[in-house]
Design a protein around this ligand. Structure first.
Ligand code: PLP
Length: 401
């Protein structure tokens, strides 16, 4: 890799390894094992494997390594470890580094499975997690005391799109020697500069924008070479959450078009947010890339753009939200995000259904909230589809509100 290459060039060429055939498109090494030339060679590889030497696909594989090297180069991280899913990355990174008696400080607005890992799993092993409002620096300051081992948050929260100030929280954490792990899914590698902003570890669910076409699960942990190879790799390779070579190939090819897709999605999100301003069915449109968002300035500084997801809060509660999503002709009702297809989700009845009502309210997950993950379709078509569907929700008043 040339040090001067831009992210977009790294995304196409970074990490490429070619076999003796010189194939242009990256090969899928669909093999769990590797044959050695001699018993001595096998012995030597088990003592220390070189950069292009592999032992077993749970430990590493050429296609998986291409994906890891490419995304590390895009993110500006020293190294990366690819995992079977985003949750294998979150749980792996945390469990690999924490031990009984450790204290974690985390933002309250977390993906349900991340909350389960911290509270239920790590809690059972004697790791204590303190939760704070991620947008309130005073709460972070108070909670991050000496003895805090790790700080964990989603840089943009799901589904209400609040932004955590990476630079400010990292400063507080580093002052007490805590490791900062950022779940950066909503920013995607395209709008991320998290390592430069101070994050020690960056985590992606590759299932989202990196595949971006709804085909495969995957995840990745990025950090220093020391952290990835000495802390993460031993844990992951012995506990089994590694990425399959086939999925690594999908993700590797996904990286080539990631910038184009994610920027097109952000263009569409901004176009839709502008077009729906003042619509009579809406209480508000939440989009961090629009001036109406309370943290628009922080978003611009931290991510450059507002990302690919927006949220509508409809006046008529759940009935209006359902009328809106049911009336869409392009937007599909599902629960993935970052996809080439526009996807709408009603968090209160699906992804966040199990949260008690008071927790939903505290997180802003109201009956009228709809999350919209913008796809790469034509912007005019999407604006038209959103407006006609919002028109169907005008004047509805839900008896449940
Ligand atoms: C989807 C998601 C995950 C989990 O990723 P999977 O690939 O589904 O395991 C973790 N964190 C956030 C913020 C997500 O959106």
């Amino acid at each position: 890799m040339s040090e001067t290459w831009n992210k977009r060039t790294r995304a196409v060429h970074g990490g490429t390894r070619r076999s003796q055939y010189g194939e242009l498109s990256e090969a899928i090494f669909l093999t769990q094992g590797f044959a050695y030339d001699s018993a001595e060679a096998a012995q030597a590889r088990f003592i220390e494997a070189g950069a292009d030497e592999f032992i077993y696909a749970r430990y590493g594989n050429p296609t998986v390594r291409m994906f890891e090297d490419r995304i590390a180069q895009i993110e500006g991280a020293e190294d990366a470890f690819a995992t079977a899913s985003g949750m294998a990355a979150v749980s792996g990174a945390l469990t690999a580094m924490l031990k009984a008696g450790d204290r974690v400080v985390a933002a309250r607005a977390l993906f349900g499975s991340c909350l389960y890992v911290l509270q239920d799993v790590l809690g059972r092993f004697g790791v204590e997690t303190v939760f704070v409002d991620g947008t309130d620096l005073d709460q972070w300051r108070e909670a991050i005391r000496p003895g805090t081992a790790a700080v964990f948050f989603e840089s943009v929260s799901n589904p209400t799109l609040e932004i955590v100030d990476i630079r400010a929280v990292c400063e507080l954490a580093h002052a007490v020697g805590a490791t900062v792990l950022v779940d950066n899914v909503f920013a995607s590698p395209v709008f991320s500069d998290a390592i430069a902003q101070g994050a020690d570890v960056v985590i992606y669910s590759a299932t989202k924008h990196i595949d971006g076409q709804g085909r495969a699960l995957g995840g990745v942990i990025l950090g220093t070479r020391d952290f990835i190879r000495k802390t993460v790799e031993p844990y992951m390779k012995h506990t089994g959450g590694s990425m399959s070579p086939f999925n690594a190939w999908i993700m590797l090819k996904g990286l080539e078009t990631l910038d184009l897709r994610v920027n097109a999605q952000a263009d569409n999100a901004l176009a839709v947010c502008k077009a729906v301003q003042g619509h009579p069915a809406l209480l508000r449109c939440i989009y961090p890339g629009h001036a109406s968002h309370a943290q628009a300035e922080l978003c611009r500084r931290q991510m450059g753009r507002g990302g690919t997801v927006l949220a509508f809060e409809l006046k008529g509660g759940q009935d209006a939200a359902f009328a809106f999503v049911n009336a869409l002709k392009i937007g599909r009702i599902s629960n993935n995000l970052g996809d080439a297809k526009t996807i709408v989700t009603h968090p209160a009845t699906t992804t966040h259904q199990r949260l008690p009502d008071d927790r939903k309210e505290a997180l802003g997950i109201t009956p009228g909230l709809v999350r919209v993950s913008m796809g790469i379709e034509d912007s005019g078509d999407l604006v038209g589809d959103m407006l006609q569907a919002l028109d169907r929700a005008v004047g509805m008043v839900s008896p449940r509100d």
